[in-house]
Design a protein around this ligand. Structure first.
Ligand SMILES: Cc1ncc(COP(=O)(O)O)c(C=O)c1O
Length: 364
């Protein structure tokens, strides 16, 4: 048996007829960018998250940098973010010329909220909370700090469509919630896509301007914007997928629960979930001190794995200019050496799950 770390074809097959008829409908409509499908998707996704507005964009990265741009974050400003995130979170900050201030992660792989306050300075303007691997972060403490220091709150929900903290959806806590619809995401499109959600009418208005060359009225450009529009095809297909998102997340939860119950190996630390939070299992991430050997063992049994992420942003070449060196963020760096994502995809069969479990358990 061969197990890939992800199988997007399986997720597609399950709702194949619905996707194909929607795609044909849009292709035949003659309307391909910012039309009725985008409008409907924006309304439906805002409803799903429990926010007033949603603005469709071209990618998750665009949602982040445009969010900070609209909040007025610029050179000289600092934004707090966890050290062990995907680098796009950090790029959302630095594209605007602002400086990321890294905070170490907790045992749930999210920002350690006890370590934020000591990093807040006069220059701190915002916190970017990342709900990593699908799990909601500890929002009570973060909201309290934002209030105390008058900070903006942006949520990176690229991996967490549908995750909740104390029953409330991620994306609905901050000034702006940012989403990616990259194909492998739980709510993934069939190409690139992204969105922001917000309860603020002015942010909604500005985001619509910024995504369209800074223009509200055709050929009248107020600001230097971007071309970051969700297209009709992606929006229509996302509408189909959104109607199944609860089932999609449920199925991932089933796979994760089998892993959690059946994987028994002293070399492996299984993921933990914060009591008040839920996870939508974007990734099933274990920690192990023997990662290289485990990868090789699983590979020799035709099981693929991935590392999310091997190089933390502060040590990446792109951020050399920030002046960090190895050892500056010991927990983040430890996680980068320990984490491993096991295969997790919609349409994974019981036989495939059992094959992964038995091989992981056989690793000595
Ligand atoms: C945490 C996180 N933030 C941001 C992004 C960027 O999203 P996109 O690939 O749609 O630009 C991703 C995904 O790639 C991500 O995982």
């Amino acid at each position: 048996m061969e197990i890939k770390v992800n199988r997007l074809d399986r997720g597609y097959s399950k709702y194949k007829n619905e996707y194909e008829s929607k795609a044909l409908e849009i292709l035949r409509s003659g309307w391909y960018v910012l039309g009725p499908e985008v409008n409907n998707f924006e309304n439906e996704f805002a409803d799903f998250i429990g926010a007033k507005y949603c603005v469709g964009l071209a990618s998750g990265l665009d949602s982040l940098w445009l969010a900070f741009k609209i909040l007025g974050i610029k050179e000289g400003d600092e934004v707090i973010v966890q050290g062990n995130t995907y680098i796009a979170s950090v790029m959302g900050i630095t594209i605007n010329g602002a400086t990321p201030i890294f905070v170490e992660p907790d045992q749930y792989n999210n920002i350690d909220t006890e370590k934020i306050e000591c990093k807040i300075s006069d220059r701190t303007k915002a916190i970017l909370v990342v709900h990593l691997y699908g799990q909601a972060s500890n929002m009570d403490k973060i909201l309290q700090l934002c209030k105390k220091y008058n900070l903006k709150l942006v949520e990176d929900c690229a991996q967490a469509h549908g995750a909740k903290y104390k029953g409330k959806m991620v994306g609905s806590f901050g000034d702006i919630g940012c989403f990616s619809f990259y194909p492998s995401k739980n709510l993934g499109a069939f190409g690139d896509g992204g969105a922001i959600v917000t309860n603020d009418e002015e942010i909604n208005r500005l985001m619509r301007i910024y995504r369209n060359y800074g223009s509200e009225k055709r050929y009248y450009n107020m600001v230097v914007g971007a071309n970051s529009r969700l297209d009709e095809l992606q929006a229509g297909l996302l509408r189909v997928k959104l109607t199944h998102l609860n089932d999609i997340n449920q199925e991932r939860s089933y796979i994760a629960n089998r892993y959690l119950e059946e994987i028994k190996n002293e070399n492996i630390l299984l993921p933990k979930i914060l009591e008040e939070a839920t996870t939508v299992w974007h990734q099933f991430v274990i920690h192990t001190h023997r990662r290289k050997e485990l990868i090789e063992y699983l590979e020799s049994n035709n099981i693929n794995t991935l590392i999310h992420y091997p190089i933390p942003p502060h040590l990446s070449e792109a951020y050399k200019y920030l002046g960090y060196k190895k050892g500056d963020l010991p927990i983040t760096e430890k996680y980068a050496n320990e984490v491993l994502s096991l295969p997790m995809y919609n349409g994974m069969t019981d036989k495939e799950i059992s094959y992964v479990v038995s091989n992981v358990n056989n690793f000595k």
